[in-house]
Design a protein around this ligand. Structure first.
Ligand SMILES: Cc1cc2nc3c(=O)[nH]c(=O)nc-3n(C[C@H](O)[C@H](O)[C@H](O)COP(=O)(O)OP(=O)(O)OC[C@H]3O[C@@H](n4cnc5c(N)ncnc54)[C@H](O)[C@@H]3O)c2cc1C
Length: 381
């Protein structure tokens, strides 16, 4: 039975109850075993959430960025592993397929993504390439019937189980950003394989893999969008994805805040109350920035500045509140199995994924200094 998408208060209430029922009891085990049971995605699918943002005509339940943000925050409050996997599936796999795909590609991929029959992944990063995505080393060459891809991708979320990977490769590194194209790579493609899982500090249970392309052959219809537009497709997807990842970070911040508040309530004094007040102010600022970015996106207004600012702040706030919670709780919070310990490890990942903090600062700083904000930043940015 899908959760109600509107009003947002009903959506939040519905998702919070779902997360408490279906995800919270598994969160500790997901972290400890570094494994996400398949029933978690089935449960998300049962609520329609694997199709959030995908229009009903393509098998989804529709819904805008505000709704997505609320869902990712509430899920990440109990398990940012699940929130991040869902964010990648929806924001940087399904959304660009919807935006750039032709109807045949939409029909082939969006329906199974929306129903949760398959999981989606986004593969831009490489062993030697992260922030500087214009310099990909993964190559493709033209064949009689399509393309052949050779190279490898690194740190790919949902990498092992994904039914489709949106992957990026260059026809010639000398062409820089103009040489890059986007491809929809089905699981099982000959020459395409998944490397060892990576044993991470945080977001444990979220699959993070190397993907290997060894002369992987793809037909012409694997090309997403125009040839040579791959970097724009990737960066465009990441701008939208940042609101989702910021929402996941906000969920982690909220979980850290819950721990902090309980600790202060157990042992209140002026210093601890002041820490709680600062955490609340930070949490509220991050939420306001995310809402602003999501509202701008839903209204069709420019949102790049707002999305990067929201991601920058939410990731910082998640880390600082998680740190405060451990500080105030004290030694018990350093023990494996304590929620605050897991929250601190999970929080540390958010300044890195989908564009590091330094990259967000460069984007925001450049847009502001160039006067290229695309929105009124004089009184409310
Ligand atoms: C858990 C996890 C999941 C991930 N999932 C995915 C995924 O699904 N798909 C995907 O494609 N990638 C994924 N990534 C990769 C992630 O997007 C990259 O790690 C990130 O973009 C940084 O790239 P990098 O690791 O190569 O670091 P680098 O780009 O080498 O950066 C290293 C450090 O230098 C700083 N730096 C780099 N350039 C500059 C600059 N110009 N100015 C100032 N500072 C700079 C960075 O901020 C960082 O602190 C994931 C990473 C993690 C940890």
């Amino acid at each position: 039975m899908p959760v109600p998408l509107a009003p947002l208060t009903a959506l939040r209430k519905g998702v919070r109850a779902f997360a408490a029922r279906s995800i919270a009891p598994l969160a500790e085990e997901i972290d400890r075993s570094d494994r996400l049971p398949s029933e978690v995605f089935s449960a998300l699918a049962g609520e329609g959430l694997t199709g959030l943002g995908i229009p009903p005509e393509w098998g989804g339940i529709g819904g805008g960025t505000r709704a997505l943000s609320v869902v990712l925050e509430e899920i990440s409050r109990v398990s940012p592993t699940v929130g991040t996997d869902l964010s990648v599936h929806l924001s940087v796999c399904a959304a660009p397929i919807h935006r750039w795909g032709n109807d045949a590609q939409r029909a082939r991929w969006l329906r199974p993504l929306a129903s949760g029959e398959i999981l989606g992944a986004f593969a831009l990063s490489e062993p030697g390439v992260g922030s500087d995505a214009a310099h990909l080393a993964t190559r493709y060459e033209r064949t009689e019937n399509g393309v052949r891809i050779t190279g490898s991708k690194m740190f790919i979320t949902n990498g092992r189980s994904a039914g489709v990977v949106l992957a990026f490769a260059t026809i010639d590194p000398a062409r820089g950003s103009h040489g890059i194209s986007a491809f929809l790579v089905p699981r099982g493609t000959p020459g395409f394989s998944v490397g060892q899982p990576l044993d991470k500090l945080g977001l444990r249970g979220s699959e993070t893999n190397e993907l290997v392309f060894d002369r992987a052959e793809l037909p012409e219809d694997a090309l997403l969008g125009p040839e040579g537009e791959g970097l724009s497709i990737a960066l465009g997807a990441l701008v939208g994805g940042r609101i989702g990842i910021a929402s996941c970070a906000l969920g982690v911040a909220r979980a850290g805040f819950d721990q902090l508040r309980a600790a202060v309530a157990r042992n209140p004094d002026d210093d601890r109350r002041a820490r709680l007040a600062r955490a609340w102010a930070d949490l509220s600022s991050a939420r306001a920035l995310i809402e602003k970015a999501a509202e701008a996106k839903d209204a069709g207004r420019p949102y790049e500045l707002a999305a990067s600012t929201a991601k920058l702040v939410a990731a910082r706030v998640a880390e600082s509140i998680a740190h405060e919670a451990v500080e105030v709780i004290g030694p018990p919070a350093t023990l494996r199995g304590h929620p605050a310990e897991r929250i601190l490890r999970d929080a540390r990942v958010f300044p890195i994924v989908e564009g590091t903090t330094e990259i967000q600062e460069r984007i925001v700083g450049k847009m502001l200094s160039d006067g290229r904000t695309g929105e009124d930043d004089s009184d409310d940015a």
